[in-house]
Ligand binder design. Structure first.
Ligand code: SF4
Length: 343
């Protein structure tokens, strides 16, 4: 057993538990219903239950946008405004820019010493995203390493709860593997994040594919009510319902995925029956859901407008958050440096 392990025999037997949630999002500009139901609503719940860190992943944005990073600043402002409008509270969460806390990069560097390259190459999203974003040269060192940067983002706060959708599970697994390897080499420092797996509602876009800015099928949180109504009124439905007299099946209807999120049990049962018996038109059916969507988005839009009246607010929130984040991250890094034996 290496010398340093003997020193840490006691701590090596004790798993680290911190009840800390860490999650970030690339600054992509306007947020949409997919973000709201996929992440933000859960983040808002977590901030009461755990010590919570939510960050703008601007370094992650650079891994794919390095050739044209001009949109990152503006997208950061708009995204954080949406976060606050939805209910993230800087008093209860630490909200900050990743690039304002250099400890993320330092931990990434140290972890990169112990992580075999094939482990990163095997992360499913590595190949998938390279194919999806084939117009960009993603054969870079930074792009290969971005799941490791994610691991550093989490571990630098000793995050043990990571809210992710199922597609992100391999990244949590990687984080666990990295934490385990570090702990085995240098003594117990990091928790192995259990993954606060969020079975987030999958929100379809107006064309039936996953809601995504790159598909141009989003309903944005800042869309005005008329735009929301028009987008959803045009949303694709069960293709079997070409005419009013054609019976449909809500199970095959992308629009009904939104009914499932928004409508009451009674409404869903009634509309299912009406769809199957062709006794309702698709627009009337959608109107029931649209009403709920508008009710959901109204207060968010109002809060956004109120927040927009305070210029400089977002920078203030992010700067204050970075200050708090740095304190926690510096504490972890002092421990990490000591264990690894560097200054
Ligand atoms: S009636 Fe409703 S559930 Fe049926 S296909 Fe039309 S929108 Fe979808």
């Amino acid at each position: 057993m290496p010398k340093h392990k003997k020193k840490d025999e006691r701590s090596a037997r004790e798993p680290v538990v911190t009840n800390t949630v860490v999650s970030g999002s690339r600054p992509t500009g306007d947020l949409h219903l997919g973000h709201l139901h996929g992440a933000l609503r859960n983040w808002c719940k977590f901030q009461d239950a755990y010590s919570s860190y939510f960050f703008v992943a601007d370094w992650h944005a650079l891994t794919t946008e390095y050739a044209d990073p001009s949109g990152i600043q503006e997208s950061t402002q708009s995204m954080v405004l949406d976060w606050l409008a939805v209910g993230l509270d800087p008093e209860r969460s630490v909200i900050f820019r990743q690039s304002a806390v250099s400890e993320h990069a330092e931990l990434h560097l140290i972890l990169s010493m112990i992580v075999p390259v094939p482990l990163l190459e095997r992360v499913p999203t590595y190949k998938e995203q390279q194919q999806q974003l084939s117009g960009k040269d993603l054969s870079t060192y930074g792009f290969l390493g971005y799941p490791l940067l994610q691991a550093a983002d989490i571990l630098v706060y000793k995050g043990d709860r990571v809210p992710v959708g199922e597609d992100q599970l391999p990244h949590v697994e990687l984080t666990r593997a990295v934490a385990r390897k570090f702990n085995n080499l240098y003594g117990e420092v990091f928790p192995e994040p259990s993954g606060e797996i969020v079975r987030a509602a999958k929100v379809p876009g107006t064309d039936g594919r996953k809601m995504s800015k790159s598909y141009g099928n989003t309903v944005n949180l800042r869309d005005d009510p008329e735009t929301v109504h028009n987008k959803l009124a045009r949303m694709v439905t069960d293709p079997a319902r070409k005419r009013l007299a054609d019976a449909g099946d809500p199970a095959l209807c992308p629009a009904f995925r939104l009914h499932e999120i928004y409508c009451t049990e009674e409404e869903k049962a009634e509309l299912t029956e009406a769809c199957k018996s062709a006794s309702i038109g698709c627009l009337d059916c959608k109107k029931v859901m649209i009403k709920h969507v508008l009710e959901d988005l109204d207060p968010i839009r109002e809060r956004r407008t109120a927040l927009e009246a305070s210029p400089g607010l977002i920078d203030e929130v992010l700067d204050a958050g970075a200050k708090k984040a740095r304190v926690a991250a510096a504490e972890t890094m002092a421990e990490v440096r000591k264990r690894v034996g560097v200054k």
